[in-house]
Design a protein around this ligand. Structure first.
Ligand code: PGA
Length: 264
């Protein structure tokens, strides 16, 4: 490579990453509600500048997948087992999800961690299991209020990212999406400031950079926690914030479509 070419500034990293706006319905969405939602939502998607994902209850997956067919929206589950089969009552495997047409899965959401005992060790197996099955995983990470106040945010993120991505080979790291969701901001209306989101997400990207600089430039890292139509644009304008994971505000199709539009 000539001196001249080496002197060229690198392309801005953000330009390589398409925004990704995702909705997490949590425990909402009978098939009837899902069908009605999609009837309103689909026409509001006018060639969006962002990729769009909806994470819905298992029982609503096929309804949403059929209703949004042709819109380009990725439809996924909110959790899955790391096992293929066996004595794991109530669990759903990656193969069961892909067979039903799911394209993605949320892993390690803080509610799964806090209420159902999901561990970093379990996620270490689940993230590669999702990738191997052809599902695009979103690995959720984030600190509690106490951890933030104690100055432990970076330690927590280092641990969650380190364990969650440990068994993912470097050349597949960028196929994972990470959602940084500070627990104190989830469902509380207490959104992180754009600076707080940028700082934490920049730190997550640097952690991935410790494994592979190329992956760090390509991996999408989303912010989640009280994202609303009114605060989305400012959060999304931060250089390292590649999108949003939206809980409560995704239940309103018009509001969620407005957040998708804010990424454009
Ligand atoms: P919220 O939830 O937008 O309702 O705060 C975010 C999430 O839990 O993913």
């Amino acid at each position: 490579m000539s001196e001249d070419r080496r002197a060229q500034p690198a392309e801005p990293a953000a330009s390589q990453r398409k925004p990704y706006i995702t909705g997490n319905w949590k425990l909402w969405g009978t098939r009837a509600q899902a069908a009605e939602y999609c009837r309103t939502f689909a026409p509001l998607l006018d060639d969006p500048a962002a990729d769009v994902g909806l994470f819905v209850p298992f029982t609503a997956l096929d309804t949403v997948i059929s209703a949004l067919d042709g819109t380009g929206v990725t439809v996924g589950a909110q959790t899955m087992s790391g096992e293929d089969s066996g004595a794991f009552t109530g669990e759903v495997s990656a193969a069961m999800l892909t067979e039903g047409g799911a394209g993605a899965v949320l892993l390690g959401h803080s509610e799964r961690r806090q209420l159902y005992g999901e561990t970093d060790r379990a996620l270490q197996a689940k993230v590669p299991a999702a990738l191997a099955a052809g599902l695009a995983p979103i690995l959720c990470v984030g600190e509690t209020e106490e951890e933030r106040e104690a100055g432990d945010m970076e330690r927590k993120l280092r641990h969650q990212i380190g364990e969650g991505l440990e068994s993912v080979p470097d050349d597949r790291l960028a196929d994972v999406t990470v959602a940084y969701e500070p627990i104190w901001a989830i469902g509380t209306g207490q959104v992180a400031t754009p600076d707080q989101a940028q700082e934490a997400i920049g730190f997550v990207r640097a952690l991935v950079g410790g494994r592979s600089e190329e992956a760090a430039q390509r991996i999408r890292v989303l912010y989640g926690g009280s994202v609303k139509p009114g605060n989305a644009a400012e959060l999304l304008s931060q250089p390292d914030v590649d999108g949003a994971l939206v809980g409560g505000a995704s239940l309103d199709p018009e509001g969620f479509a407005a957040i998708v539009a804010a990424a454009g």
